[in-house]
Design a protein around this ligand. Structure first.
Ligand code: SF4
Ligand code: SF4
Length: 406
């Protein structure tokens, strides 16, 4: 993968070159017409542009370039969006932002060639649409994957479409000709709830099956901002953003929930909710003792929130359950009790911020190489141990299943 240069000048001239050669006045007019029809002014769009530019960790000088890339690049990326084993919650979350959102307008303007949930066609017609999109955009399309992929018994636990193709076969076949693979949601990123113990269908995330580079926009559901920001990065630079060890874009998943949480001051002061609905809950105190996994979770939820920035889970009064982390259904449960592997020292009532340094040593990220990967050793060891235990349990369970096909 081509990495982003550290020099903004180099990035700027690269983007300027791309915009100089790749923009279309006609496309730009169409985009602004569509924006107006959806009830947004140019000023709204510029505010959104500056939010996305900041989210991507680019300086303000990129703002007009981001606007130009989104509105005017003539070669819109073609997206083929496939669903596998899942609840379709990721698509629902994407669509059910306040209607319509700027993200939706932008997603309408890319070339969305196939999307099981949104398209009108069904049955054979839908299959034909898919095959013709694959043939037409071979080697250049973005494959968006939603849902985990059952792999046990050659994937027979998920069959899709008029030809009853297995999900496993479908993924391998269609990913071959994709330029980029974006996994939208924790299921396609890491297997999700399907892969939770005892994982009867052998569900896995896309990277665990294909082994090639993917982008994991994880979350259950993920934030639309994280998806659209990744698409904007591809529009701007024609490559995916820098990724962490779990293949998540660092711009979105580079910071801990705990470090950006509005309740953090209460954690440092030792002010905790002790039971649902108590005085602490009413005062917005820290939810760690109610099971918040914010100290173990990397995501930008406190910053960008959900539903057009209205609120987010911790803001609404429930702890983070760690939904953007691999294997969170197993490693973060029980969800309403503190995680005994977190290595957190809880400040006593009236405690001070001094404890945050000790916590930082235990759970904040360490930087590995140029990508700035953020995995604390203690978390990795705890997860490796948990993963080993899970695999052993899965193996045992598979051996115990009487009707399993060998
Ligand atoms: S433990 Fe949870 S609620 Fe408390 S400060 Fe950290 S992220 Fe926020
Ligand atoms: S706060 Fe935690 S559980 Fe909730 S969406 Fe964000 S990462 Fe997922």
């Amino acid at each position: 993968m081509k990495k982003d240069s550290l020099s903004y000048e180099a990035l700027l001239s690269e983007v300027d070159e791309r915009l100089k050669n790749g923009c279309s006045k006609e496309r730009e007019q169409q985009f602004y017409t569509k924006l107006k029809e959806a009830g947004f002014s140019r000023r709204d769009f510029l505010k959104w542009t500056s939010m996305i530019t900041a989210a991507l960790s680019l300086p303000p000088i990129f703002e007009p370039r981001v606007a130009k890339a989104v509105a005017a690049i003539a070669q819109r990326p073609t997206v083929i969006w496939l669903h596998f084993a899942e609840c379709t919650g990721c698509t629902e979350a994407f669509l059910r932002t306040i209607n319509p959102s700027i993200e939706q307008v932008i997603f309408d303007t890319i070339n969305l060639a196939f999307h099981d949930t949104l398209m009108m066609a069904s049955g054979k017609r839908a299959e034909e649409a898919l095959e013709s999109a694959i043939a037409k955009y071979k080697g250049s399309y973005i494959l968006v994957v939603e849902g985990g992929i059952p792999t046990k018994d050659d994937g027979i636990y998920l069959r899709i479409g008029a030809n009853a193709e297995t999900g496993l076969h479908r993924l391998k076949r269609i990913s071959k000709d994709a330029k980029y693979i974006l996994n939208f949601g924790t299921c396609s990123s890491f297997g999700g709830v399907q892969a939770a113990y005892p994982n009867p269908t052998g569900a896995k995330g896309v990277h665990d099956i294909l082994g090639c580079e993917v982008v994991n926009v994880s979350g259950c559901p993920p934030n639309a901002v994280n998806m659209i920001g990744t698409v904007v990065h591809i529009l701007l630079f024609d490559r995916v953003p820098p990724l962490d060890l779990s293949y998540r874009p660092i711009w979105a998943y580079g910071g801990r929930i705990h470090d950006n949480c509005e309740r953090r001051a209460h954690f440092d002061a030792g002010e905790f909710v002790q039971e649902w609905g108590d005085e602490g809950a009413k005062k917005g105190w820290c939810l760690y003792k109610m099971g918040c996994k914010g100290p173990l979770t990397y995501n930008n939820c406190p910053r960008y929130r959900f539903n057009q920035g209205t609120n987010w889970p911790v803001g609404a009064g429930h702890g983070c359950i760690g939904c953007s982390e691999p294997d969170f259904w197993d490693t973060m449960a029980p969800f309403e009790e503190p995680n005994d592997k977190a290595g957190i020292r809880i400040p006593a009532f009236g405690g001070v911020e001094a404890t945050s340094d000790a916590i930082g040593e235990l759970v904040t990220g360490i930087t590995i190489g140029a990508v700035g990967v953020h995995a604390a050793g203690s978390i990795i060891r705890a997860k490796a141990q948990k993963k080993k235990e899970k695999e052993e349990k899965n193996n045992k369970n598979n051996q115990d299943t009487p009707d399993e096909k060998k």
